[in-house]
Design a protein around this ligand. Structure first.
Ligand SMILES: [Zn+2]
Length: 344
């Protein structure tokens, strides 16, 4: 449940281009920028141990406590978040909401903890937001928990000017039809996401290369169209093998107007990864993919200024910073173990 919602209403007026707003590459939004600040003293205090940890009293069970932790320690708009919850009282199930979106929890027997991947929209303003957890003990007692979590403002780059062929900023009617067709394809694909966890363990880079642009950069195409970069660009020449960052199922493997040859993988828990501008697709929709499996060959198809790989991360409709996802320390628990009862 949201404690604050002011930012989204303000920024809704900032959408300036409906075509770009529908692409995987970027959104045509320029947010206001305030000085960065972080008033979360508790987060600063626990930085040394690499987790934000809070002990929370459970009203329904006076003798019990829940421990809620998250990565990264300092949360910013645009960041993915990994929540981990421990309960000394075994639970049958745990669910949660964060920023008005559902969290899908899995259970890790090795650490006796429940965990879920989530995220924070780029449009979210700094402030405190409420994490809401609902559990059920093995004895059948409900547990409710609310915990305020601080979100700081991310330090994203200012406007970068780029040049692309005119069709990408001033498409003709036939190209607009293609763009609308692509949008329908993507909308259908996004409806097929599954809450069940398919990822396992840390996310791995799709290529071994440096970045040519980072997430959150404000861009101006051909001197006119403003947008925000919604992915991470790797500096790779055409012909470089591209691998899946984690296990999942291919939701979409198609050639699209802006994205070029594009693969979308569903990792479960609402999390998708997208691989753009490929010269060749090596998978098809419905394929089950393992972490590190080759899914395509890099290229410069679609709206690209040159050969590179654009990696994007999407959680329940919001694009998140892939670089942060790649730093999270995550359990190796497989989907076979998830959603079972907590055994103590
Ligand atoms: Zn990009």
């Amino acid at each position: 449940m949201l404690a604050k919602t002011g930012s989204e209403a303000r920024l809704a007026n900032g959408f300036t281009n409906h075509i770009l707003a529908g692409s995987f590459l970027s959104v045509a939004v320029i947010p206001h920028r305030n000085p960065c600040h972080d008033g979360d003293v508790m987060s600063l205090c626990i930085k040394k141990i690499g987790w934000a940890i809070f002990l929370c009293a459970i009203p329904a069970l006076a003798a019990s406590t829940l421990t809620v932790r998250w990565q990264p320690v300092t949360l910013v708009n645009g960041a993915p978040v990994f929540f981990q919850v421990n309960s000394p009282t075994p639970l049958k199930a745990l669910s949660g909401t964060w920023l008005d979106k559902d969290l899908s929890f899995s259970y890790d027997p090795s650490s006796r903890s429940w965990y879920a991947l989530g995220g924070i929209s780029l449009k979210t303003s700094p402030g405190r937001y409420t994490l809401h957890l609902s559990g059920l003990t093995k004895a059948g007692h409900p547990i409710e928990l609310r915990r305020d979590v601080h979100v700081s403002r991310g330090n994203y780059k200012v406007v970068v000017a780029l040049s692309v062929p005119k069709k990408f900023t001033e498409p003709d009617p036939k190209q607009v039809d293609q763009i609308n067709h692509d949008k329908s394809l993507k909308d259908e694909a996004f409806k097929k996401t599954t809450p069940a966890q398919e990822w396992a363990g840390a996310f791995k880079p799709p290529v071994d290369a440096s970045y040519s642009d980072v997430f959150g950069t404000q861009r101006k195409f051909n001197g006119a169209v403003l947008s925000i970069h919604q992915g991470l660009d790797y500096r790779v020449p055409t012909g470089t093998p591209v691998s899946a960052v984690n296990a999942g199922t291919v939701l979409l493997a198609q050639s699209l107007f802006f994205e070029g040859n594009c693969v979308v993988i569903d990792h479960g828990q609402g999390l998708l990864t997208l691989y753009l501008h490929l010269s060749k697709l090596l998978v098809k929709e419905g394929d089950r993919i393992e972490r590190g499996q080759q899914i395509g060959i890099s290229g410069a198809t679609g709206r690209a200024t040159g050969a590179h790989l654009h990696l994007a991360v999407r959680w329940r409709g919001e694009y998140l910073d892939p670089a942060t996802l790649l730093t999270l320390r995550l359990p190796e628990t497989t989907s076979e173990n998830e959603s079972g009862e907590q055994k103590n």
